[in-house]
Design a protein around this ligand. Sequence first.
Ligand code: GLY
Length: 364
Amino acid sequence: MDMTTFWPLLQKKVDTMIERIGSKSPHVDKEGVYDDFRLDWWTSGFWPGILWIMYDMTKDEKYSRHAWEWDSKIEACFLQENNFHHDVGFQFLPTAVAKYRMTGDKDGRRRGLQAANFLAGRFNLAGRFLRAWNQEKHGWAIIDSSMNLSLLLWAAEEIADSRFKQAAMAHADTVLEYFIRNDGSVRHIVSFDPDTGAFLESLGGQGYSPTSAWSRGQAWAFHGMANVYRYTREQRYLDAAKRVAHYFMAQTAVDPIPLWDFRTGDADLQLKDTSAASCAASGLIEIADLVPGEEAHLYRNQALRIMEALTERYAVLDHSRESILREGTGNKPAEQNVNVGLIYGDYFYVETAAKLMNWKNRIF
Ligand code: GLY
């Protein structure tokens, strides 16, 4: 894949998206048009994240102008009834924190730190995990949180307060102990007794079953653990990231684009999740950047294989759809957002392309 000829095409697509998406908060594209979804929803940071990456790559102020208000709009949800939860990292890292890192904006810093405080406040001391979701699910932890740990690790460095790092590492250690199986596959949800922290059961969640391997969850896990290693340099997180990545690569040896779950029943064998693919590609480059040169090829080549397959078979770079990637799977067990464009799939596709163009700054 020749990135120097591909990148301008991607940039042109994002320019088209700016015109078409306007002030919408895009989440799902079902028939060529993105919806306009709730700002407190976990996906609201991804479109501005695409814009911040474009800004960082080009320094064209068109992108920062369109991205600028998002952290303030998302923050405003804190002042009303909202459903913010474990995924605030997905919302504030690609908006507030990215803005602060790229422009020095003090409000971005403040909002990022406020979100980190909120996330740290979800820590369950008895079970050493960040609780998932809200409502009655007091003892639930989920693999998606792995990607949100970067918010705590950033805050720890930003204000030199190791409490945030302690909470992130404690949660990551719980992931190592309870989520990642010996074969490198990963559970989606683990339920703990919220008072004692004792393990109760694992649940299928967005995966096929409690014993299955939801492909986006595998990608969240190894990308997330690679991030934790980048911040902490504790070898066990890199080892875990590699183990899960190896499982993912084995499952995608024939076709680099994963099924929505690697252990589904026969009937589902054609259903892909391109968002798992793009997140995995970004995570594989992360691992490649963290291991010695002779090891890095394996991960970088697989990321390239994924990007080539996505670009040839699933990417729409013309005006015919607002989203970039077709055939994302949001939540198959709930039959929600199946075979659609997903803004997080698009985000990680752009992020991976930037990384392949040697972009060295990081959002997660
Ligand atoms: N964080 C929810 C998901 O991956 O679908």
